[in-house]
Design a protein around this ligand. Sequence first.
Ligand code: PGA
Length: 314
Amino acid sequence: MKNATLHQLRVFEAVARHSSFTRAAEELFLTQPTVSMQVKQLAKAVGLPLFEQVGKRLYLTEAGKELYSTCQEVFERLSQFEVTTANLKGLKQGTLRLAVVTTAKYVIPRLLGPFCQEYPGIDVSITVTNHERLIGDIADNRHDLYILSQPPEDLDVSIHPFLENPLVVVAHRSNPLVKEKNIPLKRLAQEPFIMREPGSGTRKAVQQLFEQSNCELKVKLDLGSNEVIKQAIAGGLGISVLSIHTLALEGKDSPLAILDAEEFPIQKMWYVVYPAGKQLSIIAKAFFDYLMTDGKVVAEQTAPTGIFDYVKKK
Ligand code: PGA
């Protein structure tokens, strides 16, 4: 193993965790050929193949499985070491690792401004992903703090309510429904519907509401991002349900409008979550305390005007 590098181990770990070269490449911001090359060189250093491809699926070989669990131990020890050194350095230096669901990416970076001004030596990394992948990250203890709407029930986690995340029905502003009030779910179900991808918490919340009311949605498109959905609505492809925060920067001339529909907004809440036994670094603890106090205030004060008015009116 003396020719193997830490970088190769990180790349291998991501491929093994996702069972996919493509997903690992996306996560690490590398190209797929680079990822394949790193894994190939690692396999050469090990002297045995690490993956086997059966049909379309990628499996770890025996050697691959051994190396994967070794990697998990190595990275866990390294992250403990990072916590220790960060604590030794106090709040002057170190990295804050956050993971947030796609709906929260419209708020968290804004809140970081005042925090980073206070602690200029701190580097921040924010992973933005959907509900299901975030739960996987919590289980793997990959970051310091996590922000999401539906905390996992089957993991031992510490859960702290943070901010409202109302889900609203969004349509093109030329849609005749824009003029109606209290639109019944059955009427919404007749519109072509654009849904978030499987694994999204927003999708889960929408499906639950329509199933409970025995309404079947006409799903025309599954799209993997809030921004793409907004473009699709603007392109006249249908209506959707999105976090109200995704509309934060829509100006007066936006092609998008919020519909006044029964049962909406779906009142969700973001929570700050971390594994129950986790020893937070001094930096993570400082950011957590900030979120629970000034951060909430900054979020509400800096929210573009009008976005909470809709919720208050309802
Ligand atoms: P998501 O976000 O739809 O990107 O998974 C869900 C949430 O707000 O928790």
